[in-house]
Design a protein around this ligand. Structure first.
Ligand code: XMP
Length: 512
């Protein structure tokens, strides 16, 4: 494996994803726990990340000398390059000009890292983001690339297999970046591409069996990708020791509940409890209009129903959760000095402690794209694996104002038509999330010879990489007209359709 020491860059996770894509397992550890991670992982190479900090600061975080001198291949990125220079006998000074964004570097010498990718004289495009600059190299190093703002845009010590770059190869704005990282992993460090979802599947099944023994496991199944993959993987590992509980909140999309039950109970033969609690959820939500209140009610009711079902089957020793790697990476933050914070994740908040269950989290080492690959590996239908994310509170937060069964039915019909048309146009996979919203607003229309006074349907579609930022999808006008016409003709209760063109920020993806 590869150890990535994180000094707090915003894009450290991208380094890990590129390394995994190159077929090598890696983990990110915060700099303050680098030695611990080093001893636990026993890595074949080390990568030092970027950072908002400065090595010229007295308190700038350092890499443990023991790791720098362990004789392993090392790649320093941005702050990582400055650390290598600073700690190995070179010099770093605050730069007068900041270099930020797209830049061109010139390759001034050959080295093992660039071989076959960037020959001497090449001028690849890269992404820069730094203020300080290296002004003297440590003994044994030479410059192999320059940029306008950095005479040492890349440096090499071939004998010690230590390389460093001032730019960020992990971001897509460095077009050859992934290839460069792959060269470091395979050619420089000599590591084999043995991290595949097939190998993970086998290893994880063994690990689950060892952890669970003869114990009983309960798993909340939502129909989303993460919980579906957890369920199928666990079923493969422990068969009928697993019981899945599908809490039907009544806030699901058209046909979704049936799909989940058919796939997991009938196709996979998984013990599945289909708890239809839609009436209870509707009752609890009656008259509630505040979005946060809706979320709280749904969360609490979900836990009640889940707990009741768990009791009904005589309890369980373990609760399975679809926690992913981004939820468990300890993040480094520099607000008010270096500190380490841990994000915790609860799909079913508080349940494990309340019910005295231990956790099984078979996906906690995986990124989302790896979960999808594992799902395909496990034979989940491609359409299931490629699904858009769907929020836990479901349609309740796509219907501003009070929730009624009639409203949900109207929304389900409109949403179904919209998604049908998106799939028909071949656009589904280009879009991060697409859905209809039912507004508590009535407007006047004419249909045939009559006047109508019905509700407004909002359409939303966004592109995004991680849901943190998003852009509205630029549909062609003809497509939107087609969807609007179908919805107004086919769904009684809607007589006007609007398209939401707000990006995030300042908007959010959902309307509530
Ligand atoms: P926003 O609306 O905050 O959404 O831009 C970002 C992503 O999170 C999803 N989302 C939720 N998921 N419970 C969830 O499980 C929620 O309460 C919730 N609210 C938003 C949203 O669908 C999008 O993918």
């Amino acid at each position: 494996p590869i150890l990535i020491i994180d000094f707090g860059s915003q894009v450290t996770q991208l380094i890990a994803r590129r390394i995994r894509e190159a077929g090598v397992y890696c983990e990110i550890v915060p700099f303050a726990k680098a030695e611990e991670g080093f001893d636990r992982l026993n890595p074949g190479a080390v990568i030092l990340s970027g950072s908002p900090a400065s090595v010229t600061d007295e308190n700038g975080p350092l890499a443990p000398t023991r790791i720098l001198n362990a004789g392993l291949p090392i790649l320093g990125i941005c702050y990582g390059e400055q650390l290598i220079c600073h700690q190995m006998g070179g010099k770093v000074e605050p730069g007068e000009t900041r270099e930020f964004g797209r830049a061109e570097i010139t390759i001034t010498d050959d080295c093992k890292l660039f071989e076959g990718l960037w020959p001497k004289g090449a001028t690849p495009q890269v992404w820069m983001s730094h203020g300080d600059r290296v002004t003297a190299l440590p003994p044994g190093f030479r410059a192999v690339a320059v940029s306008e703002g950095a005479p040492f845009a890349a440096i090499a010590n071939d004998a010690r297999k230590i390389y460093a770059v001032q730019f960020h190869p992990e971001v897509v704005h460095t077009p050859d970046g992934a290839k460069l990282l792959s060269r470091f992993v395979h050619e420089v460090a000599g590591l084999k591409a043995d991290w595949t979802m097939n190998a993970f599947r086998e290893a994880e099944i063994a690990r689950i069996r060892a952890q669970v023994g003869k114990g009983r496991v309960i798993c909340g199944l939502s129909g989303g990708v993460d919980s579906s993959v957890v369920a199928v993987l666990l079923h493969e590992a422990i068969g009928d020791q697993l019981t899945c509980v599908f809490v039907d909140t009544g806030m699901m999309r058209s046909g979704e509940a049936d799909e989940v039950v058919t796939l997991f109970r009938d196709h996979y033969n998984i013990r599945l409890i289909h708890s239809d609690a839609s009436a209870l959820f509707l009752e609890k939500l009656a008259g509630v209009t505040d979005p946060e209140q809706k979320r709280k009610i749904i969360g609490a009711t979900f836990i009640d129903v889940f707990e009741q079902e768990a009791k009904a089957i005589g309890g369980a020793d373990f609760l399975a959760q679809g926690t992913l790697y981004p939820d468990v990476i300890e993040s480094v933050s520099f607000s008010g000095g270096p500190s380490v914070t841990i994000k915790s994740h609860h799909n079913v908040g508080g349940l494990p402690a309340r019910m005295r269950m231990k956790l099984v989290e078979p996906l906690r080492e995986l990124f989302k794209d790896e979960v999808r690959a594992l799902g395909r590996e496990l034979g989940l239908p491609p359409a299931f694996v490629g699904r858009h994310p769907f929020p836990g509170p479901g349609l309740a937060i796509r219907m501003p104002g009070a929730i009624t069964f009639e409203g949900l039915e109207i929304l389900r019909k409109a949403d179904k038509i919209y998604l049908e048309e998106i799939r028909k146009a071949g656009l589904y996979d280009e879009i991060w999330q697409a859905f209809a919203v039912l507004l508590p607003v009535r407007t006047v229309g004419v249909m045939g010879d009559g006047r109508t006074y019905d509700q407004v349907c909002g359409l939303r579609a966004v592109t995004s990489v991680d849901g943190m930022t998003a852009d509205s999808y630029p549909f062609e006008h003809a497509f939107l007209s087609r969807v609007a016409t179908r919805i107004i003709n086919e769904v009684r209760g809607i007589n006007r359709v609007v398209y939401d063109i707000t990006s995030k920020p300042p908007g959010t993806i959902e309307w509530e």
